[in-house]
Design a binder for this molecule. Structure first.
Ligand code: ZN
Length: 357
């Protein structure tokens, strides 16, 4: 456990749900953990005991990616965790594949002629997911390669791999339900007789929705508040001037409105308390990175790729490189939008950022 983690408290200790099983973290709230085939090797999903139109069942929060292993884990969950009741609806925090991947399968499987098992999600992420699942670039491809090249990633091998990664998103999200119910900032959703308030967050996904139940002192934070790792905050080719980091930092401050001893249920890692210290840690973390970036840009004009080399000293694989490039650009853009940096494009079309004073 690192120093920062000592400020957080894990009420369940090192206990994790076994694959296909669940742990009750609060009355009617179950923690499910599923395996992911990435460096980030798991995702947490939540089952909330519910009743809709007099029908008893469960609300599922997030889905895992589409692949046979995940479906098999869900089958175990259906058999052991639902007490013979159906899944009534599927809430998805945001459009990333590990969260929405199997929504189409879950909604189809649990819909009956009498009851539609509906996907609930923000409209922005719903539309983003539908576009991405049907696109031929799938968040990789030529546009992404050109964008990274314009920020100084010139290594032909990496660019070739990014170009080739055209089916990245549809591979994990082959379909998205044809209809949805919209969740928006401030909405209060009745789940199992209790109110869960939607808190929108930006900078990680377009319109991420976290869910807070003040009565149970719970926050289903999604990816907006994680205990060990800092949430990925990137700039993508589809919104090349985005100020994602400023949006992210403003978004996490909204969680300060919740009780200090709120139990945070994150999408990755273990449930924890210590929401206020964690918010502060994330601000500190990014403030330090921004100072590093600023110092480098005072010495000479820097590209995104050069800044990535300063921020991430370890060797990165391609997947990590695309995240790291996005993070580096997000830090540069916060300083650029704030007027602390200016940017200029050279003859080769590469942006360089330098200090304005
Ligand atoms: Zn995410």
């Amino acid at each position: 456990m690192n120093l920062l983690e000592q400020e957080l408290h894990y009420p369940l200790g090192d206990t994790l749900p076994a694959p296909g099983a669940g742990i009750e973290v609060a009355p009617g709230v179950r923690w499910i953990r599923m395996a992911l085939p990435f460096a980030l090797d798991h995702i947490n999903l939540w089952l909330l005991r519910d009743e809709i139109d007099g029908r008893a069942g469960w609300t599922a929060v997030d889905c895992c990616i589409t692949r046979d292993e995940a479906k098999a884990q869900w089958e175990q969950v259906f058999a052991s965790q639902l007490e013979g009741l159906p899944i009534l609806r599927v809430l998805v925090t945001h459009m990333h594949p590990d969260h929405i991947g199997l929504a189409h399968w879950l909604c189809e499987r649990w819909s009956t002629p009498e009851h539609a098992c509906r996907l609930w999600i923000s409209a922005t992420d719903y539309n983003g997911a539908r576009l991405a699942s049907q696109s031929t670039t799938g968040l990789g491809g030529e546009g992404a390669a050109r964008f990274f090249a314009s920020h100084g990633l010139t290594d032909p091998e990496s660019l070739e791999k990014i170009r080739a990664r055209a089916s990245y998103y549809p591979g994990m999200v082959p379909a998205v339900p044809a209809s949805f119910r919209r969740m928006m900032e401030g909405d209060v959703i009745a789940i199992g007789g209790r109110g869960w308030r939607c808190i929108s967050g930006h900078g990680h996904a377009p319109e991420h929705i976290s869910l807070a139940c003040e009565e149970l002192k719970l926050l289903i934070s999604g990816d907006m508040m994680l205990p060990r790792i800092s949430t990925n905050v990137s700039v993508y080719d589809t919104e090349p001037e985005a100020n994602s980091l400023a949006l992210f930092l403003a978004s996490i401050d909204k969680f300060r409105a919740l009780a200090e001893d709120t139990l945070v249920l994150p999408s990755h890692g273990k449930p924890f308390t210590g929401l206020y210290p964690r918010i502060r840690q994330l601000h500190d973390h990014h403030r330090d990175r921004l100072a590093e970036v600023m110092a480098a840009c005072r010495e000479r004009p820097m590209t995104g790729a050069e800044v990535m080399g300063i921020m991430f000293k370890r060797k990165l694989d391609l997947h990590q490189t695309t995240f790291a490039m996005g993070e580096a650009i997000a830090h540069l853009h916060l300083l650029w939008h704030a007027g602390s940096l200016r940017r200029e494009r050279d003859a080769a079309g590469v942006w360089r950022f330098s200090a304005t004073s």
